[in-house]
Design a protein around this ligand. Structure first.
Ligand SMILES: *Cc1c(COP(=O)(O)O)cnc(C)c1O
Length: 358
């Protein structure tokens, strides 16, 4: 029996990259591998991604493990170094770094490095998370321009806050500010995450930075991935371990939060929040058994969930269950759990076995 298995379809991954290439044919691709490649297994994903130009991670350890595994491609640290000692490793391992505060820029130009490092200078254009405020940008740019510690051309970057909402006025505001401050400088330029790739072609620039769409989920708030010809890379599966009768008026699960309104049958599936299935998935969250959708009922337990399959269901012990992926868009599951696909994917726990295939 398949119990808590995440099947990773590398053909779908490569297909999604081709979809992305068609959307932004002249841009280079920095593929996001942070957070264990959104839960997919970053070493295997890195090895499979032969058709991208660079990788993005959030922690130095993720980058050094990729190097140790023999990955030679450019690897960018999205938040740069957290203390100065990391900078030495960045240079030694030939990693690339984002610089997003004035202090980081000063530490960088004052460092005694064994070799120059490629720099992505990050400007905050309105998200107000990380990035230089416009008032610090010119100083930092000039301090870095043609500095001995900077390898080759710098990339100037920013990050969009609301690109998943096509009509949000902040999009144009951020784009205009970036173009005004950075657009004409002799550097490469980068703005676009998945939502921006999908909805704002003028923001594609030299480097696009896809994450979620590469894994086959939609970045847009109003559409599922299939509408964009993206294919789910992960299909999360488990199996039915019991099927039982429940009488009208019987409640199911912890807290007795669901009561059968008529006689029915409930299938018990071996997978729960201990595997990363969201505990706040509500009654009615879709689950696929033998190609038919059934509603989850009752609370999600640590190791099990309960599914209302109806009195006449042809559901048996050992039947395979799909929680999301092929045939069941993760966005739909996420909506029922008051979450987003990103969080569901990243939240898978270590006990879910990954099976990679083409
Ligand atoms: C994670 C990340 C992305 C990718 O975002 P998606 O919405 O998953 O496409 C792009 N740029 C930066 C700086 C990021 O941290």
């Amino acid at each position: 029996m398949k119990i808590a298995v995440a099947e990773i379809n590398l053909t779908a991954l490569l297909h999604n990259i081709e979809v992305i290439r068609k959307l932004a044919p002249t841009s280079k691709i920095l593929a996001m591998l942070k957070a264990n490649a959104y839960g997919h297994g970053y070493l295997e994903i890195a090895e499979a991604l032969t058709n991208v130009d660079a990788f993005g991670v959030a922690r130095l350890e993720e980058a050094t493990k990729l190097r140790t595994a023999g990955i030679q491609k450019s690897i960018l640290l999205l938040e740069g170094f957290f203390d100065k000692t990391e900078l030495l490793t960045i240079a030694e391992q030939q990693l690339e770094t984002v610089l997003h505060t004035k202090q980081q820029v000063l530490d960088f130009i004052n460092a005694d490095l064994p070799r120059p490092v490629k720099v992505w200078l990050k400007l905050d254009t309105g998200m107000h998370r990380i990035g230089l405020p416009p008032s610090d940008f010119e100083f930092c740019y000039k301090a870095l321009f043609q500095h001995k510690n900077v390898l080759g051309l710098m990339t100037l970057m920013t990050h969009m806050a609301c690109a998943d909402e096509q009509d949000n006025p902040l999009n144009q505001k951020q784009l205009s500010l970036f173009n005004k401050l950075a657009g004409d400088l002799p550097c490469e330029h980068s703005i676009a995450n998945s939502a921006t790739i999908m909805s704002i072609p003028a923001a594609h620039k030299d480097w696009i930075r896809p994450g979620i769409m590469m894994y086959g989920a939609s970045a847009m708030s109003d559409s599922d991935a299939a509408e964009h010809d993206l294919k789910p890379v992960m299909t999360l599966k488990s199996s039915v371990i019991a099927v039982r009768d429940v009488k009208q008026g019987d409640s199911v699960g912890y807290g007795a939060t669901w009561t059968a309104s008529e006689d029915t049958q409930v299938a018990i599936v071996a997978l729960g929040y201990g595997d990363g299935y969201p505990r706040n998935a509500e009654n009615g969250t879709p689950v696929l058994i033998n190609g038919t959708e059934y509603p989850l009922v009752g609370r999600v337990s640590m190791d099990m969930i309960t599914i209302n399959v109806g009195v006449n269901a042809q559901v048996n012990i050992g039947d395979e269950v799909i929680l999301w992926g092929d045939g069941l868009a993760i966005e739909r599951v996420a909506r029922h759990a008051h979450s987003i696909s990103y969080e569901l994917l990243c939240g898978l726990t270590g006990r879910v076995k990954k099976q990679f295939s083409y």
